[in-house]
Structures are given as C-alpha cells and as structure tokens.
Design a protein around this ligand. Structure first.
Ligand code: CS2
Length: 491
C-alpha cells in the first residue's frame, strides 16, 4: 500500500521529477499565525507564501495553526499527515507539485475551540489571517453584523458569560480569541482579512467593533481592540479549483505518497498587503508579496475585473451548458460579453494602481481563465451569487449610474445571474449532464423571486434588497436588465 504523506514520510519524495519539498524542515517551525478558514484557497495561497518567506529568511517563527470553518473533514485529512499537504500547480503546459510544511496544527472549533483561543492568546502568535468566504462574515443587509444569526449570537453569549462552549462562527471565534488575548496581556495582534470583500480590512475592523459594541460588558475589550489590534486590507489572487479525484491520482503518481489534503492551483499567485501591522510579521515581501500603504486600487481592480468577469463566465457559461470556465471563455459570445463588461463599465470606474496597466491585466486574466488544465468549474464560481455580486459587480453598477451612464454590459451579468437562479430554481439548470441546484445562503428567497412569470422577473429579482440595496429604484438599470433577459430568452 502507498504510504500517506506525513512528517515521517515526506523526505522519501526527494529527487522525484516535478516535486519540490519544503526547504525549511516543517518540524522546526513554531506557530506564529492562526488561520481561520482552512479551505483550499488558503492552503494554495497564504500558506505557500508564508513558507516561501521562511525559506528566504530562515525565520522559523511563522508556522500556522489552521482552523477549519464548518466541518471536521479538513482536519481529518490533514491531521494524520501532520499538517503536510501538496499543492498541484496546473499550468497551461506544465504540472508540478510542491509539498507545503507551514501548517503546524489543524483545529476544528467543534472540538478544539479552547486550543484555538489559547493560540490566539499566545505571546508567540502575532497574526490571525482569515479566508472564511463572503458569507462567513454573517453580515446583515447594510453591512453590520447579523446579530440574529444563531451561531454568532451563541458565540457572543459565550463571550459575555465566559463559557467555553465550542465556537460556531468565524467572527465569534475571533472576538473570543481577542478577549482571551487581552486577558492574557499577550500584546498587540494583526488580523488580516484575505477574502474577496472590497476594503476587507476596514470592513472586518468595523464588524468586530460593531459586534463588541452590541455585546454587554465588552467596553474594555472594545477599547483594547481599537488600541492594540490592526486590520490591514489585502488583495489575494490565485485560481484554486476544487480538488478532483483525477488530481489526487496525478499527485500520488508524482509524489509516491497518498495525500488526502491535496489542493490545486494555477501558476499565477499575487498578494498585496497593506503595510499596517501591530507587531512582527513574516517577511512576505521576500516571497513576492507587495507590501504597500494603499491596497484599495489593487483590490478594486481585481474584484471588478477578475472576479466580475469570472462570475459573468460562470452564469452565462453554465446557462449554455459549459462545465468549466475555460470552456466558457472559449465561446466568442461570452468572451465578447466579458470584454464589454470590462471595457465599457469597469475600466471607467477604476484608477490604475501605480505600475499596473489595466488593459493588460484584463488580457492576462482572460488568458488565465483559458488555462484548460485547472478544471475550474462554472458551478463552483457561480455559488453564493447573492454574497459575491455586491462585492464584485454592484460597485461598478453604482459608479456608472452615478456618472450618468447606463451599465448595459454589467446589466448583462446581472441578467446572467438571474437566468441562472431561475433555471436552477425551476430544476432546469443542467451542466455536464447533471441537474444543478441553487447553492446560495439566500437560496429560498431567491428561488421564490425567480419563479413565476418571465414578465416582471427583473423587477422581482432587483427587488431583493439584501443583494441590490436601492438599485431597484434605477429605472435605467431595471430597463437594461429587462432587455438583457429578453435577449437571453431569445438566444
Ligand atoms: C472566484 C474566485 O469562486 C469565485 O468566486 O471568482 O474564487 C477567484 O477564483 C479568486 O478570487 C481568484 O483569485
């Protein structure tokens, strides 16, 4: 039987073609970072750059305690491997595998909340990073915390009572960790939001502050957080498809070891981080990250160009039956739709970050989408549209309307989403021979608005205020979405 990847076995892969092993012995790394949301993206992005920084500097302080968000599955995959896992990089022409050794512990809040809180409160921990997805923040319409969310409410009750119940929400876990750190007098901390939210650092800081303002007896904690915790913004970028069985087989052949924690990524990776830390941090710049005073222009360009184009291809592509983003972008109509979105609506709203050519960026993004080997599916990108569109598309729409322009191309993306939601709600969405259900935390509200007559569909969907705010009040937008839906039905 092929042995499993672990601290005891990883060296057996030395010298295998296409395989890179940790340059710093994972066993020598101490834990200095707690990461909330141990999905594939973190493992293929921040964890890799953190290892590269350790390799470049020899600084062994920055091992990671990875905390899974919802299920124990990731912990079950990684714990028997001592946290080691491979990243299979799928380029357009080449494949390689590297073993990453920065994950020095894996925890599941259901059983390990105390360990997570203790690690956030350890004086050797200086950074908490998060990738909990848009919906993980449990925000109410308007952006504040959703205090009616039962998981967040349970965590805040535990914060007040001091009970050591298992944490149930990422923000709850974070504020309970901050409370423990304050009590332990363990010094300042930096919390780095790595999700695709616009102004993600400021958003997270405001959310934590609002949660504490609403929690009895947490005034002292709130003051301590304001003084001692920093929330830099970041832009993160790497296309990380879900790991498929074929990837596992390919990795096992390369590595000669079984890896249940394998993740997959494209060759490209970028991280722009606001240089606003409360204390020590890994030298991520030595791993190619850009530390800068102002992340906003990078973040905005990435969300509005890459992520909005991605969603456009996901919805319109799935409606045409394409399984992958690469197939969707190869359809000339869909490529044209993306180019129109970026050229007509997105670029006029952006200021190029220094040294960045946005038209070139658009073309590079389209090339990355065309990579036939990542296998990134339209359905994966299409999920959680109610959470994603406000971040990646609706800012563009608002800016265009404010400038007196009708965002016709962006309305086409909204119509694509509406068409997708309607087809899924009616059980008519078939991709790759399989019926696709609606995967969205607002699925029932959306399905209800999407069913019913085609007539009035645009109005009903734009009337879902938690997604669109007051945009339904724009007759121009409603008209443009209605026309795009009519075109879609004809197509
Ligand atoms: C994608 C992103 O699933 C999605 O919504 O648009 O995960 C995208 O692949 C990353 O942001 C790329 O950095």
């Amino acid at each position: 039987m092929t042995p499993r990847l672990s601290l005891a076995t990883w060296r057996s892969a030395a010298g295998r073609p296409g395989v890179t092993l940790p340059a710093v012995d994972p066993a020598d790394l101490r834990t200095g970072i707690v990461h909330l949301g141990l999905g594939a993206f973190h493992r293929a992005h921040q964890a890799v750059l953190t290892e590269d920084a350790a390799t470049a500097t020899g600084d062994a302080r920055w091992g990671i305690l990875g905390v899974t968000q919802r299920s124990a599955r990731v912990a079950e995959q990684l714990a028997p491997q001592d946290g080691l896992y491979g990243v299979l990089t799928k380029g357009a022409t080449e494949t390689s595998l590297r073993v990453v050794g920065t994950m020095r512990g894996v925890a599941f809040p259901g059983t390990d909340t105390d360990r997570v809180l203790a690690t956030v409160a350890a004086p050797t921990t200086h950074v908490v990073t998060l990738t909990v997805t848009e919906k993980g923040y449990r925000r109410a319409p308007g952006g504040g915390p959703d205090l009616t969310d039962p998981d967040l409410a349970a965590d805040l009750a535990a914060l007040t009572s001091g009970a050591d119940a298992p944490a149930r929400s990422p923000i709850g876990l974070l504020v309970r960790g901050l409370a423990r750190r304050q009590r332990a007098d363990a010094g300042p901390l930096t919390v780095v939001c790595c999700d695709n939210l616009s102004d993600n650092g400021a958003v997270l800081a405001a959310l934590v502050d609002a949660v504490l303002a609403a929690t009895p007896s947490s005034d002292a904690l709130r003051t301590w957080v304001a003084q001692s915790v920093r929330f830099p913004s970041t832009m993160v970028d790497r296309i990380v498809p879900a790991t498929a069985p074929a990837h596992r087989a390919e990795a096992a052949a390369l590595l000669g070891l079984v890896d249940e924690g394998l993740v997959v990524g494209e060759p490209f990776s970028q991280w722009v981080i606001e240089d606003a830390f409360a204390g020590p941090r890994p030298a991520w710049e030595s791993a190619g990250a850009l530390l800068t005073a102002d992340v906003a222009p990078y973040e905005r360009a990435k969300l509005r160009i890459l992520n909005a184009s991605h969603s456009t291809l996901a919805y319109l592509g799935a409606l045409r039956g394409y399984a992958t983003i690469a197939q969707a972008v190869a359809d000339p109509d869909l490529e044209a739709a993306v180019r129109a979105l970026v050229n007509d609506d997105v670029l006029p709203t952006l200021a190029a970050p220094e040294g960045m050519d946005l038209e070139r960026y658009r073309d590079d993004v389209l090339d990355r989408f065309a990579n036939p080997n990542t296998g990134h599916t339209t359905v994966q990108v299409a999920m959680d549209g109610s959470q994603k569109l406000p971040q990646r598309l609706l800012g563009t729409v608002r800016d265009r309307l404010a400038a007196g322009a009708v965002p016709v191309a962006a309305a086409g993306t909204i119509a694509g989403w509406i068409g997708y939601v309607r087809a899924a709600a009616l059980g008519e969405l078939v991709v790759d021979g399989r019926a696709v259900p609606l995967d969205d935390p607002m699925a029932s509200v959306l399905a209800e608005a999407a069913r019913g007559p085609q007539d009035g569909l645009a109005e009903r969907m734009l009337g879902v205020a938690p997604v669109f705010g007051n945009l339904a009040g724009s007759a121009e937008l409603v008209g443009a979405v209605r026309s795009a839906l009519t075109e879609q039905v004809r197509a």
